[in-house]
Write a protein that binds this ligand. Structure first.
Ligand SMILES: Nc1ncnc2c1ncn2[C@@H]1O[C@H](COP(=O)(O)OP(=O)(O)OP(=O)(O)O)[C@@H](O)[C@H]1O
Ligand SMILES: [Mg+2]
Length: 292
């Protein structure tokens, strides 16, 4: 049997709580090929972030483990860059300096001009060359998110881990960033694992959608292969039978097979709700937009 690029084998995790250990995940198995774009989708609190954090090395699995290119993952590393939902830029550093800080450790031995060129290249990929000297409080939410993506890409990670990266953005900005991410993925060929609550986003971007069962002891429910040709165009896909079939499969999994009663998770966040058009929506902070 060939070993995969990234493999989660029998991953389970217990979190300590005052009432004793809470088993959030159990027997999560997943094999991912190099360059694959995989989305994780599932109801709030099912354990998506926990899976991502285990791959990132931020949490240690209680059972099983994660293997990346033959080595077990036990701690964070630059080959697995994370993009969080709430653009975690350092407010006292400029756009340029935020990216520079991230690449300093991965570019040891390179000259100053090589490093500068690399930082500028990555900021150009996300169309942020015009705002190098701006500070995070001077740019919009979508722009901050783009800098977060540039920062992660500049580390040349084997695996790009994204936890609801566009969740706090308005629909137009989100669409722009989805298109940029598709372009970047096509040109760089990184492995991407992205958590989303947005069914259309999952179908548009993914090679496979991993749908998780509700917790506790959550695991992989179903995996859907998205065999839509690339490059993908949202307008063309809107009328595609195949696209709408995939969309329907995910919606059926979420709202029929894994129907969930509305509760508030222990993080105090609202759970996922179904909107009129079937696309999930969460009540979260809205950042300002840069949809221009
Ligand atoms: N450090 C922790 N201690 C105790 N329980 C935790 C901890 N982290 C997560 N959990 C619990 O594990 C479960 C999975 O949480 P996780 O954050 O992975 O869910 P999620 O699918 O990412 O949810 P959301 O969509 O709301 O972000 C939840 O029941 C959560 O309360
Ligand atoms: Mg989460």
């Amino acid at each position: 049997m060939s070993t995969k690029h990234l493999e989660l084998a029998q991953v389970g995790i217990d979190f300590p709580t005052p009432k004793g250990p809470f088993r959030a995940l159990e027997n999560v198995n997943l094999k991912i090929e190099k360059g694959e774009f995989v989305s994780l989708i599932g109801h709030s609190g099912c354990g998506k972030s926990t899976v991502l954090n285990i791959i990132a090395g931020l949490h240690q699995a209680t059972t099983g483990g994660v293997i990346l290119d033959g080595s077990e993952v036990n701690s964070p590393g630059p080959e697995r860059a994370v993009v969080f939902q709430n653009h975690s830029l350092l407010p006292w550093l400029s756009v340029y300096k935020n990216v520079e800080l991230a690449v300093k450790s991965t570019m040891q031995g390179k000259s100053k001009s090589e490093m500068r060129e690399w930082i500028l290249h990555n900021l150009a990929l996300v169309h942020m060359s015009h705002a190098l000297d701006k500070f995070p409080n001077e740019i919009s939410g979508g722009m901050k998110q783009r800098v977060g993506i540039a920062r992660a890409l500049a580390m040349e990670p084997k695996v790009l881990l994204m936890d609801e990266p566009f969740g706090a953005l308005d629909a137009l900005t989100r669409a722009h960033l989805q298109d940029s991410l598709m372009e970047i993925h096509a040109s760089l060929g990184n492995t991407v694992i992205m958590i989303t609550h947005d069914v259309d986003e999952a179908v548009l971007l993914s090679d496979r959608i991993v749908m998780m069962n509700n917790g506790p002891a959550a695991t992989v429910g179903e995996i859907l292969d998205i065999a839509l040709p690339r490059p993908r165009d949202r307008l063309v896909l809107a009328d595609s039978k195949q696209y709408n079939h995939y969309r329907h499969e995910v919606l059926t999994f979420l709202y029929d097979k894994q129907k969930k009663v509305e509760t508030v998770s222990s993080h105090g966040k609202s759970t996922l709700k179904q909107s009129a058009n079937g696309v999930s929506s969460e009540k979260k902070d809205k950042s300002n937009s840069d949809a221009a």
